[in-house]
Structures are given as C-alpha cells and as structure tokens.
Design a binder for this molecule. Structure first.
Ligand code: HEM
Length: 478
C-alpha cells in the first residue's frame, strides 16, 4: 500500500514542473515582443555594430546630428535601431520621453553600458538601481539641499567665481572652456573634501581627473597604452588620494574634521569605504563635467548675441546697485540670486540649444505599448533630449539663441536638460547657481569676444573644438 508521502510525491513533482513551465513561459513572453503590436520602423544596421558608429559621429552641439535628422525624416519620432550593442527603441517623442522617465523601475530602468560601470565604479549612481540607488540619491540630495545652497554654497561659489575671473588677463587669448572646468572642479573638490584651489594636492587631483575623464568617453579597451587603461590608472590614483584623506581623518577626533561631504558620509557610517570612494568620484564627475560645459556654452552664445549680453548686464548692474545701497557687505545673497530672472532665461536657453546631456540610457522591463507600437521587454530605450529641444514643432526658430522665449514658456515638460522622474538630476539647482553667480561677475567685470572662431561639438560629450579661445576687456568701474 502506498504511503501518503508516496502518493503526494508525483503530485508535488507535477506541480513543480507546471510552475517551472509557467516561469519559463513568462520569461520568454517578456523577451519576445507582443506579436499583435508592431515594432516601430527602423533598421538594425550592420551585424554586431548596428548603427552605433553613425550615431556617435561627431556633430555640432546645436544640431541633433545627421543620423538623427535622417532617421526622424525617414521613420518618424519613434524608431528602432541597434545601438551600444543592443536592439534599441529610440524616442524623440516628448510624450514618450516623459513616460519613460516617469516610469523608472516600473516599466523602464536605468541601463548604462557596462563600460560606464568599469570606469565610474560599480557603486556609481548611473549604474545602481533599486534601494541602493535611492540611498545614494538621498545622500546626494542632502549634499545639495536648498538650505545648503543658501547658507554656505552661495558664498563659496562666489569666492571661486571671483578667484577665476580675477586671474584673467586683458587682451590675451585663453581657453574659456579650461577656465570653466577649473572653476567647477575646484568648487566641487572644495565641497566634497575641502580641497583648496591653491593646494598642490588639488592640482594633482585635477590632472588625474582630466586623464580619467578621457577614459569615460573612450572605447573600453584595456590594453597597455590605451586611453582607457590610462584612465583606469588615474581612477586608482584619485581613489587612493581620497582614501589617504579618509585615513588621515580617522586619526583625528571627528570634531576636527572639515565640514564637507566626505566627513558627512564617514560620520554617518552607512556606506563602506569602496562605496564612499565611488560616491566621491561620481559626484566630482557629475557635478563638474556638465556645469563647466554649460558655462562655456553660455559664454559662447552670449558672445554672439550682443542684445542678450546687454540685457544680462542691465540685470546685474541693477542687482549690484541694490547690494551697494544695502551697504553691509558686497556679497550676493539669496534675494539677489532670486532676482536674476533674465539670467535664468539665459541658462535655460543655453541648455536648450547646447544640450549638455543629449540622451539617457534606459531599458524596457516589460513589453510596453505606445501609440500602436511595441517596445519589447529587454530592449534598450533611448529618450533623446537634444532633438526635442531643437524640434520646430516644440520651439519656434529652435536654432536661434533667444533667451526671451522663456518669458512665455512656463514649466515646459518637454524641456528635460536635467532628465526627469525619480532620477532627475540632484545637482540642477547647484548647477544653475554656479552659472548665474559666474555670469553676474563676468558681465560686471568684462566684455569678451572669441579670439578665433570655434564650435561646440558632440564627441559624444559636448566640447569646444579649440577650447573656446576668448579675449576679455575689463569694464570694472574703479
Ligand atoms: C548643467 C549642468 C548639469 C546637467 C545638464 C545635468 C544633467 C543630468 C541628467 C540629464 C541626469 C539624469 C541622468 C539619467 O537619468 O540617467 C543627471 C543626473 C545626476 N546629476 Fe546632473 N547635471 C548637471 C549638473 C549636476 C551637478 C552640478 C551635480 C552635482 C554634483 C549633478 C549631480 C547629478 C547626480 C548625482 C545625478 C544622478 C541622479 C540619480 O541617478 O538619481 N549634476 N544630471
């Protein structure tokens, strides 16, 4: 006679097999597009390479590039392609972009190429998803909170802006892009680990950082002599320098630690050393590379738009007059900053036309239907920002630098220079403050012109071909 266990064993096995089958079917179902819905039009390009090479071809930053223009005119605003090693849905549709950004972790998820993790580290916020991303994001948000911006960052930003501007020599050509990089690097290095611009250690860090940056945009080929290999070495050198600072601090009483991001995370104790090092490197990267190029772009656009420069100078002369009437000290305060309305229009217009971050990397977690098309689970999804910002259906005369257009635009959801949804840039207020304060002192101190023609190109990061050579003339009253 069969025991209870013996009769239940086959039932249990059948039950397990059915469960396993359902699991496999669900998995397959997720990776196979819904056959009733069609894929967007497009071509997958060359075997293995897809269309990545044509997409990444350098082009003018103030244009979406030939690849995008041709694909949009042939296939429309949503098309399929093969990019960065994956079948991809490319979106230049502002509604789809918004939908993708807002459905992070539900229908879509951040998915940068694995080489980014190799160079920025496995704890990089661009690589992390889920709870660990939320924890790191909370630290980054706290670091740049509004009260910090008002109470301490504004003053530091002004000091660094003046330090940079006061070092400029009249009538001598210099690279405005290099100056913008120095300004934002020194500022971030000060906030993150109290590095002073005049210290040799800061200079060493900056040199290593610039070599590291070249690796972020290079092909991830780790052989002796390659840019990527050099960048990995620089990454190690920067992390060692940060670790040395951590070790030194641990020998001192906590009370004597400098009040910066490094001390905050060390004291708080929720991150291990490896996580702290990646966080520091990533904030240095995210907080410096983008705002420096945005500032260089503003200098470039203003040099070609005398009317905008004039209006900007009026706004800042007016603010200066108020500061002088106040008579207490000559520093900018938060109310002065809040009066910089036209300046904010200049910043928006610079970001719209210059497109510092041109797209973000996502993948579809589930099959998603949009306007009759299928976005298959597992496919890469690229919401493209630049082509939306330069789309004549969205902005009148999109190729013209016109800060006044922002007087009429209120909270445009199609304007996404800082991304959106749960991964909206945590440094957007800091970036605007850095640029506004720098422009305040720039227009009050100098007039400037390009020392020779130059253009912002996409490599895929935006960079001026010749480093934006400018010549300045002082207009400082006494
Ligand atoms: C003009 C300057 C800037 C631009 C255009 C910019 C743009 C962006 C964009 C588009 C994203 C979203 C990436 C994605 O969704 O995959 C992002 C994320 C981020 N940005 Fe910025 N950024 C700027 C300045 C800054 C500054 C000054 C900081 C300060 C440290 C900063 C820190 C970050 C961080 C930490 C993230 C990751 C947020 C997350 O994953 O939750 N950014 N930025």
């Amino acid at each position: 006679m069969a025991t209870v266990e013996q009769t239940q064993a086959p039932i249990f096995m059948i039950f397990s097999a059915v469960l396993a089958l359902i699991f496999v079917l669900v998995k397959i179902g997720r990776s196979i597009p819904n056959r009733r819905m069609k894929l967007p039009p497009g071509t997958m390009g060359w075997p293995f390479l897809g269309e990545t090479v044509s997409y990444l071809k350098p082009h003018l930053a103030t244009s979406p590039g030939t690849f995008m223009e041709e694909h949009i005119s042939r296939y429309g605003k949503v098309f399929k392609s093969h990019l960065f090693g994956h079948p991809t849905i490319v979106s230049v549709d502002p509604e789809l972009n918004k939908f993708i950004l807002q459905n992070e972790d539900r229908l879509f998820q951040c998915s940068y190429p694995s080489s980014i993790g190799g160079i920025l580290g496995k704890w990089s916020m661009l690589v992390l998803v889920g709870d660990m991303h939320k924890d790191m994001r909370a630290i980054a948000l706290n670091f740049m909170s509004n009260s910090k911006l008002k109470n301490s960052l504004l003053q530091d930003i002004e000091t660094h802006a003046l330090l940079t501007l006061n070092s400029w020599k009249e009538n001598q050509a210099f690279s405005a892009q290099a100056e913008a990089k120095k300004y934002t690097f020194n500022l971030m290095a000060k906030q993150i680990m109290s590095c002073n611009p005049e210290d040799l250690e800061t200079e060493y860090l900056m040199k290593e950082y610039f070599s590291f940056m070249k690796g972020v945009v290079s092909a991830p080929v780790n052989f002796p002599g390659t840019t990527y290999r050099k960048a990995l070495k620089s990454r190690a050198a920067i992390l060692q320098a940060v670790k040395n600072t951590m070790d030194e601090r641990r020998k001192q009483p906590v009370m004597s630690w400098n009040p910066d991001l490094l001390s905050t995370v060390m004291e708080e104790g929720s991150l291990n050393t490896e996580q702290i090092l990646d966080l520091v490197l990533n904030l240095l990267f995210a907080g410096h590379e983008t705002s420096s190029i945005a500032l260089a772009l503003a200098i470039y656009f203003l040099a070609q738009s005398p009317e905008s420069e004039k209006q900007l100078r009026w706004e800042h002369l007016d603010i200066r007059r108020t500061i002088e009437q106040r008579g207490t000290d000559s520093n900018l305060n938060w109310d002065d900053y809040k009066r910089m309305e036209f300046t904010q229009h200049v910043i928006n217009e610079t970001l719209r036309l210059g497109n510092v971050v041109r797209f973000v990397h996502r993948k579809a977690l589930l099959n998603v239907q949009f306007k009759g098309y299928n976005i298959p689970a597992g496919w890469k999804v690229l919401p493209i920002f630049d082509a939306v910002h330069l789309d004549p259906d969205v902005y009148d005369n999109p190729l013209v630098f016109n800060p006044w257009r922002w007087q009429k635009i209120e909270g445009s959801t199609y304007f996404t220079p800082f991304g959106g949804g749960p991964r909206l840039c945590t440094g957007l207020e800091l970036a605007k403050l850095e640029i506004a304060v720098f422009l305040h002192h720039l227009v009050l101190s100098y007039r400037w012109e390009l020392a020779e023609p130059d253009l912002p190109l996409v490599f895929p990061f935006v960079e001026f071909e010749k480093g934006l050579p400018v010549r300045v003339q002082s207009i400082r009253q006494n």
